[in-house]
Design a protein around this ligand. Structure first.
Ligand code: GLV
Ligand code: MN
Ligand code: MN
Length: 416
C-alpha cells in the first residue's frame, strides 16, 4: 500500500464523535456542554486519552493541560507534522466544533499506523485547553501558552466569573501536566474544523481552504449607576446602566452597517443587577465582541465603540469600567500550506473555496511558530455554537481524508 491509497475509517470517526458528544450531552438535543476544566471536560479528556493510549501514542500533557499525542518510534530530534483543535465547548455547543479536528487527527494517525506506511517524520494530534474562552478569557488560551504567547504562570491565575482559577481547576481535574511550555515547535500545523458559517453550504462547496483568521477584540464593560424604585423615581433623576447597555448594543450594530465589509459586532452577554422588574438596575455587565479581517479597520471600530460608550455613560451619569478579555490581530496562514490544502482537496475531486475564518482557532496561534493552515467542512444551515450544529457524514469523511493527505504531503515538504 502507498500513502496515496490511504482512506480514513468514516464509521469509526463518526462513532467517536458520538461517544465524545455523549459526555456533557444536553438533554433532548444532539448538543453538548463541556466548558473548559469542568468535570464533563475532564471526562471527555479521559475518553480521548484512552483512545490515544490504545493506539500506543506517546502522550504529553503540559502545564496548561494541553494534551499532545505523537506517533512513537521516531528520533526525538525530528519535529512532527501536527494537527489538533479543542474538545471544550461553549455551554450551548454542538459535537463538531473542535471535536472534529481532534478526532479526525486521531483517525488520520490510526489509519497511517494500521497501513504500515513508513513516514520520515511523526504525525501528532493535540487538543488545547479552553479554546472557546467561554469560561476563561482569552479564548485559545492553551494554544496561546503552547506557542509562548502568554507565560504559563499568568494563564494559571486567570479566573472564571465565579473567581475559580485555571490552575486550581487543572489540579482538581488532574490535568496539570509536566511537559514544558512553550511546547515543542511542530514541522507544520494543519487544523480541520467545521466552517461554523453558511458560505460553503450556500455555494455547494465541500472544502474551505482557509487563508487566515480575522482579528478578534473582546471587551467586558461594567456600568455602574444608581439602583432605585421603578415607580417612584422620576426619569430625569435616573442613572440607569441598563439603558446605556442597550444604547451600546444598538450602536455596535449600527457600526457594522457603517463600516461594512467583514465587520461584525456582538453583545453576547449582558447581566443586570439586581435584575428585578421594579428596580432600576445598579449595574450592567456586558461583553462586546468585534471582529474584522483588517487590523486597521478593527482598530477604528474599537475606537468608535469606546467613544460612544464614554459618551452614552456620561449622558446617563453612569460609571464605566472596561476590561480587555481577548485581543488577537488578524492572521495570514502560510501560502505553501494553503496551497497544499487546495491541491489535496482538488486531487480528491472535491470542490474548494479560499476563504477567511470568521471564528478563532488554535491554528492561528500555531501560525506564530510554524507553517500553518486550516481545512473547513460545511456546517448545515451555517449554524454553530448551538445545539443544532451539524455536519453531514459525507463532508466529515471528505474533510478527514483531505486532512490525511495534507499531513502526509507536509511530512515530505521542507520549509526554509
Ligand atoms: C471561538 O469559538 C470563537 O469565538 O471564535
Ligand atoms: Mn472551534
Ligand atoms: Mn467554538
Amino acid at each position: 500500500m502507498t500513502s496515496t491509497d490511504l482512506r480514513i475509517d468514516r464509521d469509526r470517526l463518526i462513532r467517536r464523535l458520538e461517544d465524545l458528544g455523549a459526555i456533557g450531552a444536553i438533554d433532548g438535543t444532539t448538543g453538548c456542554a463541556r466548558l473548559a476544566l469542568t468535570d464533563d471536560d475532564r471526562d471527555g479528556r479521559d475518553l480521548v486519552r484512552t483512545w490515544m493510549c490504545d493506539l500506543g501514542l506517546d502522550i504529553s500533557i503540559d502545564g496548561i493541560g494541553n494534551v499532545v499525542a505523537t506517533m512513537p518510534g521516531f528520533d526525538p530530534a525530528i519535529a512532527p507534522v501536527m494537527t489538533g483543535s479543542h474538545i471544550d465547548t461553549v455551554a450551548t455547543g454542538g459535537r463538531y466544533d473542535g471535536n472534529l479536528g481532534v478526532l479526525a487527527g486521531l483517525e488520520v494517525i490510526e489509519t497511517v499506523i494500521a497501513s504500515g506506511v513508513e513516514l520520515s517524520r511523526p504525525l501528532a494530534v493535540g487538543w488545547f485547553t479552553d479554546e472557546e474562552g467561554a469560561r476563561f478569557a482569552p479564548d485559545m488560551l492553551g494554544s496561546l501558552v503552547y506557542v509562548g504567547g502568554m507565560p504559563l504562570e499568568e494563564a494559571l491565575e486567570i479566573e472564571d466569573r465565579n473567581g475559580i482559577g485555571v490552575g486550581d481547576e487543572l489540579d482538581r481535574i488532574g490535568y496539570r501536566g509536566a511537559a514544558p511550555t512553550p511546547g515543542r515547535v511542530p514541522h507544520a500545523f494543519v487544523e480541520l474544523h467545521i466552517e461554523q458559517g453558511p458560505v460553503l453550504e450556500d455555494e455547494g462547496i465541500t472544502i474551505g481552504v482557509v487563508e487566515g483568521v480575522q482579528g478578534i477584540s473582546w471587551t467586558e464593560v461594567t456600568l455602574t449607576g444608581q439602583s432605585c424604585h421603578a415607580g417612584t423615581t422620576p426619569m430625569r433623576l435616573r442613572h440607569d446602566p441598563g439603558v446605556v447597555a442597550a444604547d451600546v448594543s444598538l450602536f455596535v450594530r449600527s457600526l457594522t452597517r457603517d463600516i461594512g465589509g467583514s465587520q461584525v459586532a456582538t453583545v453576547g452577554a449582558l447581566t443586570l443587577h439586581p435584575n428585578l422588574v421594579n428596580v432600576v438596575p445598579s449595574t450592567a455587565v456586558m461583553t462586546v465582541d468585534l471582529r474584522n479581517t483588517d487590523e486597521s479597520v478593527l482598530q477604528q471600530a474599537e475606537t468608535r465603540f469606546r467613544g460612544h460608550l464614554a459618551q452614552a455613560a456620561e449622558a446617563e451619569g453612569v460609571g464605566v469600567d472596561t476590561r480587555m478579555l481577548a485581543r488577537f490581530e488578524p492572521v495570514v496562514f502560510d501560502a505553501r500550506v494553503v496551497d497544499v490544502v487546495e491541491a489535496a482537496a482538488r486531487d480528491a475531486g472535491l470542490s474548494t473555496k479560499r476563504m477567511p475564518s470568521g471564528a478563532g482557532h488554535d491554528a492561528q496561534m500555531f501560525a506564530r511558530v510554524c507553517p500553518t493552515a486550516m481545512i473547513f467542512t460545511p456546517s448545515v444551515n451555517g449554524i454553530s455554537h448551538n445545539v443544532t450544529e451539524y455536519t453531514e457524514p459525507d463532508d466529515i469523511e471528505s474533510g478527514a481524508n483531505v486532512l490525511l493527505d495534507v499531513m502526509l504531503r507536509l511530512v515530505e515538504m521542507e520549509f526554509a
